[in-house]
Write a protein that binds this ligand. Structure first.
Ligand SMILES: C[S@@+](CC[C@H](N)C(=O)[O-])C[C@H]1O[C@@H](n2cnc3c(N)ncnc32)[C@H](O)[C@@H]1O
Length: 386
C-alpha cells in the first residue's frame, strides 16, 4: 500500500494551502443548487454542466447498462443480427423471451448504442458490431456476472467480510496453501478458467507479438502460460524458437495435449509445478509472464521475479505483459476496474509500469524498460535483462 499511496502525501504539514482552499471553494460552489441553476442558463457553462451530469448518471447507471449487455449476449442478439437487420418479430422467433421482455431489451440496447434501428428493423449498433464473433469479449461479458455478485455490497467486500466469493472459487489457484495448489492437479479443476484465459488471450498476444522480436531468441519459457495459447499464436511468427511452458500440473497437462495437437507431438515441453514452491525450468533465454503477476501480492511477486532471475542465463530476458495501473487511454481500468476485480478475486493488485520496473530492479534485473505497443488497454509490456 505504501508504494501506491506514498506519492500522495501532502506537500506541507500545514492543514490546507491556499491552493487547496481555492479548490474547496470551487467544489462547494459546484455543489450549490443555486449555482447549478444559474449555470444552466449560460450556454457554454450549461453544456459543461450537462456533460458532468451525464458522467455522474452513467456512473450510477453503469450496472444497468452491463446487465442489458449481458441480456443481449445471453440471447445471442449480436450473432442473430450479424447477417443483416431483423424486425422484432423475426428476432422473437429466434430467442427464448416473451415479446414484451424482448421489446424492453431491444429498446434498452438501442439507447446504449449496442443496436440501432434502420427502416423499421433492428441492426448492429456502433458498440454491438465489434462483439460479433468476438469470443474474447463475449466470454468476459458472461464471466462478469460472477464479479457483479461479489461487488453487490462493496463495503462488505472492502472490509474483507464477504464470505464465499464467486470469483475466489472461479480462480482456485488464489490460495496461500501449497497443499490446496497440489489438489489442482486434475484438469477438470482448472479447465474453466484456463478456457476463459485462452479466449481472451489473442488480444494481449497480438500486442506482444507486434511489439517484440522473439526471433532473436533460442528458447522461450512461458510461465503461468495457461493452456498454451500464447505459444501457439507466437509459433506462427517465429522460425526456430523452441518453447517451454510452466503452469500448475492440471493446466500443464491440458496445455501439453492442446499444443501436441496444434503444433505436433513433442514440439513444446509443458512442465507442471507451483512457481512459489518449486524451482523454475532452466534452458530458456527469454521468459514471459503474461497476465500473471497482477494476480499476486507484492511479497509473492518479488519471490517469483527472483526465481525467474535465477532460472535465466546471463543476458537472458524477462518480458512482463498485463494491463497496468497507469493506462493513459483508460485511466479507470487500472485502479478502478482491476483494483476491484482483484479484490473480489482475493489476491493481487494492478501495478504501474514504474512499480513493476522497481520490482524487477529489486530482483536483480538490469536494462528494465517498457516497450511501446498500440493498445495499452489490452496490456502494457515491460522487458528486463539479467
Ligand atoms: C490469469 S492466468 C494467465 C494465463 C495466461 N498467461 C494468459 O494470459 O492467458 C494465470 C496463470 O497462472 C497460473 N498459476 C497461478 N498460480 C500458479 C502457481 N503457484 N504455480 C504455477 N502456475 C500458477 C494459473 O494456473 C494460470 O494459468
Amino acid at each position: 500500500m505504501a508504494n501506491t499511496l506514498s506519492n500522495m502525501l501532502p506537500a506541507s504539514k500545514d492543514k490546507y494551502s491556499l491552493w487547496d482552499k481555492l479548490f474547496i471553494w470551487k467544489d462547494r460552489l459546484i455543489a450549490s443548487r443555486q449555482f447549478q441553476r444559474e449555470v444552466s442558463r449560460i450556454p457554454l457553462l450549461s453544456s459543461i454542466s450537462q456533460h458532468r451530469a451525464k458522467g455522474v448518471f452513467d456512473l450510477m447507471a453503469g450496472f444497468v447498462y452491463s446487465q442489458i449487455l449481458l441480456g443481449c449476449v445471453r440471447i445471442n442478439l449480436f450473432e442473430h443480427l450479424a447477417d443483416g437487420p431483423l424486425t422484432i418479430d423475426e428476432i422473437a422467433t429466434k430467442v427464448d423471451l416473451p415479446f414484451k421482455g424482448l421489446e424492453r431489451l431491444l429498446l434498452g440496447a438501442q439507447a446504449i448504442d449496442l443496436i440501432e434501428t434502420r427502416q423499421g428493423r433492428f441492426a448492429l449498433g456502433t458498440l454491438g458490431a465489434p462483439l460479433v464473433g468476438n469470443h474474447a469479449l463475449l466470454s468476459m461479458i458472461e464471466h462478469h456476472s460472477a464479479l457483479y455478485q461479489d461487488l453487490r455490497d462493496p463495503i462488505t467486500l472492502l472490509r474483507g467480510d464477504l464470505k464465499e466469493k464467486a470469483l475466489e472459487s472461479y480462480w482456485p489457484y488464489i490460495t496461500e496453501h501449497s497443499e490446496e495448489l497440489k489438489s489442482l492437479s486434475a484438469v477438470e479443476k482448472v479447465a474453466q478458467y484456463s478456457e476463459l484465459m485462452s479466449a481472451s488471450l489473442p488480444l494481449v498476444a497480438d500486442e506482444i507479438i507486434d511489439a517484440y522480436d522473439f526471433n532473436q531468441h533460442q528458447c522461450l519459457l512461458d510461465i503461468g502460460g495457461g493452456q498454451g495459447t500464447f505459444i501457439s499464436l507466437l509459433s506462427q511468427h517465429t522460425k526456430n524458437l523452441k518453447f517451454k511452458l510452466f503452469d500448475l500440473p492440471g493446466v500443464a497437462t491440458l496445455a501439453q495435449d492442446i499444443l501436441n495437437q496444434q503444433l505436433g507431438q513433442g514440439r513444446v515441453d509443458c512442465i507442471g509445478g507451483d512457481f512459489f514452491n518449486e524451482a523454475l525450468p532452466t534452458g530458456a533465454d527469454i521468459v514471459t509472464l503474461i497476465r500473471v503477476i497482477f494476480d499476486h501480492d507484492d511479497t509473492r511477486v518479488k519471490q517469483l521475479l527472483k526465481s525467474v532471475y535465477q532460472s535465466l542465463p546471463l543476458g537472458g530476458r524477462l518480458l512482463v505483459a498485463e494491463p497496468m495501473a497507469d493506462t493513459p487511454e483508460l485511466p479507470a481500468m487500472g485502479q478502478a476496474y482491476f483494483g476491484f476485480y482483484l479484490l473480489a478475486m482475493g489476491r493481487g493488485r494492478p501495478r504501474s509500469v514504474q512499480e513493476i520496473s522497481n520490482f524487477l530492479h529489486e530482483a536483480g534485473f538490469q536494462k528494465v524498460r517498457s516497450i511501446k505497443n498500440m493498445m495499452k488497454i489490452n496490456a502494457q509490456i515491460v522487458i528486463a535483462e539479467k
